[in-house]
Write a protein that binds this ligand. Structure first.
Ligand code: HEM
Length: 546
């Protein structure tokens, strides 16, 4: 007799979990295999690009963990190892860093690769689709509209405001009374105020408290954006929105957009009352000739614009023009004006604050060059404490070289990222970079390549003597980027910086207690000193009137 025992077929919880795990792992493996097959060509091309070894799936993502200055140090090490080209995988994303000027020319000098990489999306809640981020027809038409608002004649009309703000920042810094302090805070506040007064036409009187709050909010927003680039867990929007930074961002954007709306509203009322502030032609032919002399490495479409100027007599400053264009009905919406105002405030502020702070630290370290700048300023101003004129700034040749050298060694925008619109064969090595790759122009590395800069780690203003610049590759010096998507505010920045920095040097002797080797750099979006831009000021005998 046989006995059959029926066994229950109910699975234990442990075995359902293991079945689920097997299915999950198989699904992931299948997906990974499919992903690899569908991207076979992409991966084959990527394989041929040199770069540090990574881990399966996560690639080199671990290299991007840690504080901003640690990540910067690691990137500099990778840069040393791989000189002019290095690939890294961040999860599934291929990022290729390039530094050879011949390759950079293929990216920046070409209208094919104008689209910005995905990382620029963190700016969206603030800058929307403004000039820095937008692409295609929108970018093209807005650039055409905005570029003339930085024409020489417009810039010349800002000289008095540049002087008044330079004087104000000197007065504020004098209160440090010989103590060592971080000059970046002062430079930052000063550049925001100058932008509000010049590009936006918001007078000090109208700024009141809201202007100061705006300046602070802009600075804090920049800090949050920096954090989102360096801390991977702050990258997904849903996670970021849950953090204290996400909540702070909402409040800061309220302040920023609040003032923007107020400024636009006031301006509209002024314009509709018929009071337009046209800027008259004031740059002489001689000044134009000197100011437009092409500095080889720094030429772009803005130079063409000044040279081909057909003598348009009535120009408007940035915000006036934006509003007038909107009122004419076709070109801009209110939302677009808001985005462009935000873009100019961001791009115009943090970059110049970092550039001027590096300059001051370098003057503090290289006393010889500081003395030479002061000697030049004495020749221009003699015993007078008068404020600088536009013509004076054209005479500040040595100071300009010192500034350009600061921008070479410590470019405020250390990398420029683009999304590759089609496969690209590099001119330097013939390596092919596949379409869709995030390509990063590593300005900070290019500016220190020995083939183009003898003694690249030595601060030497003579690197920018016209004869030396003429010999160098056009794309070996790109602090303001180059080509069709270069910095629209380059001339504005150089004029403003010359006035602010010459005023500081005429009033104070700058000291630094540490050498360049001790700088701790941090380069997430804007290159800065993680240890602070520490300087000391000693009053010179004369003071400069505003
Ligand atoms: C030392 C100061 C400055 C430096 C080093 C600098 C550098 C740069 C660089 C490298 C870019 C290209 C960024 C990219 O493609 O991702 C850029 C773009 C831009 N900059 Fe500047 N900049 C400076 C000052 C200014 C100022 C003062 C303004 C405005 C008042 C300004 C407005 C812009 C705008 C609107 C763009 C976007 C242009 C476009 O995509 O068509 N910048 N800048």
């Amino acid at each position: 007799m046989s006995v059959t025992v029926e066994t229950a077929t109910v699975e234990s919880p442990a075995s359902s979990i293991s079945t689920f795990m097997v299915l999950l792992v198989s699904a992931v493996a299948l997906f990974f295999a499919y992903w690899k097959i569908s991207r076979r060509r992409f991966l084959q091309l990527a394989e041929k690009i040199p770069g540090p070894k990574g881990y399966p799936i996560i690639g080199n993502a671990l290299d991007f963990l840690g504080s901003s200055s640690q990540v910067t140090d690691r990137m500099i090490q990778i840069g040393f190892q791989f000189t002019t080209i290095a690939k890294v995988w961040i999860l599934h994303k291929l990022v290729v860093f390039i530094a050879d000027p011949r390759d950079i020319e293929l990216i920046l000098g070409n209208s094919t690769h104008l689209e910005k990489s995905e990382e620029y999306r963190f700016f969206k809640p603030w800058l929307g689709d403004g000039l820095l981020i937008s692409s295609g027809q929108k970018w093209k038409s807005h650039r055409k509209l905005i570029a003339p608002t930085f024409h020489l004649n417009v810039l010349k009309s800002f000289v008095d405001l540049f002087n008044a703000n330079s004087r104000a920042v000197c007065d504020k810094m004098a209160k440090e009374n010989g103590r060592t302090f971080d000059c970046h805070d002062y430079m930052s506040e000063c550049t925001v105020e100058v932008l509000l007064e010049t590009a936006m036409g918001v007078s000090k009187k109208t700024q009141n408290k809201s202007g100061f709050e705006y300046a602070m909010a802009v600075m804090k927003m920049c800090n949050i954006l920096h954090l989102r680039h360096s801390k991977v867990w702050l990258r997904p929007d849903w996670l970021f929105n849950l953090t204290k930074y996400g909540k702070e961002q909402v409040d800061l954007l309220d302040v920023i957009h609040g003032l923007t709306k107020k400024v636009i509203k006031n301006k509209k009322e002024i314009i509709s009352s018929g009071t337009k502030k046209y800027i008259e032609e004031s740059v002489t032919q001689e000044e134009k000739a000197i100011a437009s002399t092409p500095v080889k490495g720094l030429r772009d479409d803005l130079d063409e614009q000044d040279e081909n100027d057909v003598g348009q007599k009535k120009r408007l400053a940035f915000l006036d023009l934006m509003i007038e264009s909107a009122q004419n009905g076709v070109v801009l919406t209110d939302e677009e004006i808001k985005e462009e105002v935000g873009t100019i405030m961001f791009e115009g502020h943090d970059t110049t604050a970092a550039g001027s702070s590096f300059f001051l630290c370098l003057m503090g370290i290289h006393q010889k060059y500081q003395d030479m700048c002061v000697q030049e300023l004495n020749q221009i101003f003699g015993d007078s404490d008068r404020p600088a004129t536009f013509a004076d700034t054209l005479e500040m040749k040595f100071l300009e070289r010192c500034l350009l050298e600061a921008l070479r060694m410590y470019p405020p925008v250390p990398v420029i990222a683009r999304k590759l619109a089609e496969d690209l064969t590099l001119a330097s090595t013939g390596v092919v970079i596949p379409q869709g790759t995030t390509i990063v122009v590593s300005t900070v590395k290019t500016h220190r390549l020995e083939e183009h800069w003898p003694n690249p780690d030595v601060y030497d203003p003579d690197n920018h003597l016209p004869e030396k610049a003429a010999e160098r590759h056009y794309y070996s010096f790109v602090p303001f980027s180059a080509g069709p998507r270069s910095c629209v505010g380059r001339k504005y920045a150089l004029l403003k910086l010359k006035i602010i920095l010459s005023t500081i040097l005429r009033n104070f002797k700058v000291h630094s207690d540490i050498s360049e080797d001790e700088f701790k750099l941090q380069g997430d979006i804007i290159l800065k000193r993680a240890d602070g831009f520490m300087i000391r000021l000693e009053p010179r005998k004369k003071t400069v009137a505003a």
